[in-house]
Ligand binder design. Structure first.
Ligand code: HEM
Length: 440
């Protein structure tokens, strides 16, 4: 890849890594608060949870956006406006700080996942429009788009639409009817995940094609199949977020089938790509490869759980239990975070060869083994809770006592993930700083 363009992309990636680090710390605090609800009076769960979720979601968006700004100029597609990208970064940082500040100060006002004061939606919408216009004007001149261009474009456009939907509760007509409001809320969250998945999957296809030197991969039939399935999932996948609401049954069936096939196709692409890599390529790009291989394994683990979760009869009982949290974190850590870390390492060492420190490998294994324990504990807590609530009709207090061993396992393995990812971040953040300094 040529070295051209400014460093805005890398700065977004640095910001993403720092957000992840901070987000992990709040996640661990939240997990211990499951065990001791009174822990840290200055940071109650109603603050630690949104701080954790907002910061880790910022990691996903910031790193995916950073990749787009970084990669395009380096493959000969200069950005339409570097200045707009810099403004985007400035607004992203300022809004992020305002959101974190308002949570710390206990100022809320929004709805779930976007709990900050609604006025902060304005800079988010403005900066996203700038991003969309810049992206469209940049890639407009490219003919015959490979699949990642479509994925990035779709992710950008649909995040915008879904974010407007998530804020539709401000319209009195929507707010006036509880079922209408909740349906729109949950629908928007499903599509929100679909939009960031598009950006992350686009990044994974791009990184894999660059690593293997296989230009045909992003133009292959299977890559476009993944795109169309991902797109259909983005349009319908939200339905399994709304099983408990009154909605037409066929919509749930379609959502269920599509979301499963989408993950299977992605796993198939990664597997084919890995088996087609030559020994040399495997060695030189060791670090990024490890993360992609981990994402593949996590796709299968999540697929198994998602298959169970999406069966409407099961979903009615599991929705809102720790199983939903296992599903959310299993895929955002196991799939999205692993793919994004592969992208970070590919950006930092595009020519490979540098395998990094031994501590990074230890961090990798510690993260994945801890994540498996974390996942199993959450699923076990969810199953026991669901059974005790419905079959034995125990009180909340009694149920919490019975699931305490699993919650301890969850919190302890959460510390393992924090430690493992910190070892990786220590290396990658250090490399990002060095790279930014050397390119100044
Ligand atoms: C890359 C790292 C991580 C990502 C991307 C991530 C992502 C998420 C997401 C998306 C949610 C919202 C789930 C939902 O609403 O259903 C969540 C909740 C949560 N996460 Fe994480 N997480 C990460 C690491 C951790 C770690 C290491 C811990 C520590 C044990 C942790 C503890 C929690 C807790 C306590 C919640 C709230 C669960 C609840 O409200 O029931 N997370 N996380």
């Amino acid at each position: 890849m040529e070295s051209s363009g400014t460093n805005t992309g890398l700065r977004f990636v640095l910001l993403g890594q720092l957000s992840l680090w901070a987000g992990l710390a709040f996640g661990v605090i939240g997990a211990f608060q499951f065990l001791w609800p009174g822990l840290f009076e200055w940071m109650p769960f109603f603050k630690s949870r949104p701080l954790h979720v907002s910061l880790v979601v910022a990691w996903i968006f910031s790193t995916a956006i950073g990749g787009i700004y970084h990669y395009l100029p380096r493959i000969g597609v200069p950005l339409y406006s570097e200045r707009m990208a810099t403004w985007h970064l400035g607004i992203f940082i300022a809004t992020g700080l305002a959101i974190v500040g308002s949570y710390l100060a206990g100022r809320f006002g929004g709805r779930e996942y976007w709990e900050f004061p609604p006025v902060l939606a304005i800079p988010i919408i403005v900066s996203w429009v700038m991003f969309g216009v810049n992206y469209a004007a940049t890639v407009f001149k490219v003919k015959d788009w490979p699949v990642h261009y479509w994925m990035w474009a779709t992710g950008i456009l649909f995040f915008f639409i879904t974010y407007l939907e998530a804020n539709a509760w401000m319209v009195p007509y929507v707010r006036g009817n509880l079922v209408r409001e909740i349906t729109l809320q949950w629908k928007s969250y499903g599509a929100l995940v679909g939009s960031w998945n598009m950006m992350v999957y686009g990044t994974s296809i791009f990184v894999m094609s660059q690593l293997s030197g296989n230009e045909d991969l992003p133009r292959s039939y299977t890559a476009f199949l993944l795109y169309f399935l991902g797109f259909t999932n983005l349009l319908f996948g939200w339905a399994h977020h709304t099983y408990v609401l009154p909605a037409a049954p066929w919509v749930r069936g379609v959502a269920y089938a599509v979301s499963m096939t989408e993950l299977l196709v992605l796993a198939h692409i990664i597997r084919n790509w890995r088996s087609s890599l030559g020994v040399m390529r495997r060695m030189v790009h060791h670090r990024a490869l490890m993360f992609i291989a981990a994402a593949e394994a996590w796709i299968f683990i999540n697929l198994t759980l998602a298959l169970l979760l999406s069966v409407p009869a099961v979903n009615v009982y599991t929705h809102g239990t720790h199983i939903t949290v296992a599903h959310a974190m299993g895929s955002t850590i196991g799939i999205n975070t692993m793919i994004l870390l592969a992208s970070v390492y590919f950006m930092l060492c595009p020519k490979g060869g540098e395998l990094g420190k031994r501590w990074t490998s230890i961090g990798f294994w510690l993260t994945n083994i801890s994540l498996l324990t974390f996942f199993v504990c959450l699923v076990a807590a969810g199953i026991v809770k669901g059974r005790l609530t419905i079959a034995e009709q125990l009180s909340h207090q009694e149920i919490m006592v019975r699931i305490t061993p699993f919650l301890i396992g969850f919190a302890v393995s959460g510390v393992g993930i924090l430690t493992g990812l910190s070892l990786i971040l220590w290396d990658s953040v250090g490399r990002t700083f060095t790279r930014l300094r050397s390119e100044q």
